[in-house]
Design a protein around this ligand. Structure first.
Ligand SMILES: CC(C)(COP(=O)(O)OP(=O)(O)OC[C@H]1O[C@@H](n2cnc3c(N)ncnc32)[C@H](O)[C@@H]1OP(=O)(O)O)[C@@H](O)C(=O)NCCC(=O)NCCS
Length: 146
C-alpha cells in the first residue's frame, strides 16, 4: 500500500541516509530537522511500510516552494517521482497556493526534463547557487501555475 505520511523527527536518520545515497551534495540531517522545526511541509512516500522517497516544501501565502523531492536511487524512473509531485500539487492547491516554484541544478538535465513534463517552465537563473565539485553551479528557477 502507498501512502504519504508527514515526516517526523523519528524519520530523520533514515531520510538523511537516503539523501546521502541520492546526492553528491546532500542535505544534512540538520537541514531536514531545521525544515521540520520551521514548519515546512515534509512528507515521506511509503510503500508497504518502506520509505521509497520524500519531499519538503516551504509554503508562502500564494506559493509553495519545492525544496527537495527525492526517490531512492534503485526505485527511480518508475513513476514514483511523478506520483509524489502530483500529490504535492494537490496539497498545495488545497492550501490555496497558485504557483509552485523550485530551483534545479543547471546540469541536472533529467531533473529539468522531469519538471518540464510536469508543467514547469524555466523562469530564471540564480548564478553560483549550488556547491559543485569545481567551483559553483547555477540554478535554474522553474515555476508551475497550479
Ligand atoms: C527527480 C526524481 C525525484 C524523479 O523521480 P522518479 O521516480 O525517478 O520519476 P519518474 O519515474 O516519475 O519519472 C522520471 C523518468 O522516468 C521515466 N519513467 C517514468 N515511468 C517509467 C516507466 N514505467 N518505465 C520507464 N521510464 C519511466 C519518465 O519518463 C522520466 O524520464 P526521464 O528521466 O528520462 O526524463 C528522482 O529521479 C530523483 O530523486 N532524482 C535524484 C534527485 C534529483 O535530481 N532530485 C531533483 C533535484 S531538484
Amino acid at each position: 500500500m502507498l501512502h504519504y505520511p508527514a515526516m517526523t523527527d523519528a524519520d530523520l536518520d533514515a531520510v538523511a541516509a537516503a539523501e546521502r545515497r541520492i546526492y553528491s551534495f546532500p542535505w544534512t540531517r540538520g537541514n531536514f530537522a531545521d525544515s521540520l522545526a520551521a514548519g515546512h511541509g515534509a512528507w515521506l512516500a511509503r510503500e508497504d511500510g518502506e520509505m521509497t522517497g520524500y519531499a519538503v516544501v516551504m509554503p508562502a501565502p500564494d506559493e509553495v516552494h519545492l525544496l527537495n523531492i527525492s526517490v531512492l536511487p534503485e526505485l527511480q524512473r518508475r513513476g514514483r517521482g511523478a506520483a509524489l509531485l502530483i500529490r504535492l500539487f494537490d496539497l498545495a492547491r488545497m492550501q490555496g497556493a497558485r504557483r509552485m516554484l523550485l530551483e534545479v541544478r543547471a546540469g541536472n538535465v533529467s531533473g529539468r526534463g522531469f519538471y518540464r513534463r510536469h508543467g514547469f517552465s524555466e523562469i530564471g537563473l540564480r548564478r553560483d547557487y549550488y556547491p559543485a565539485l569545481e567551483g559553483r553551479e547555477n540554478a535554474i528557477v522553474m515555476a508551475h501555475d497550479l
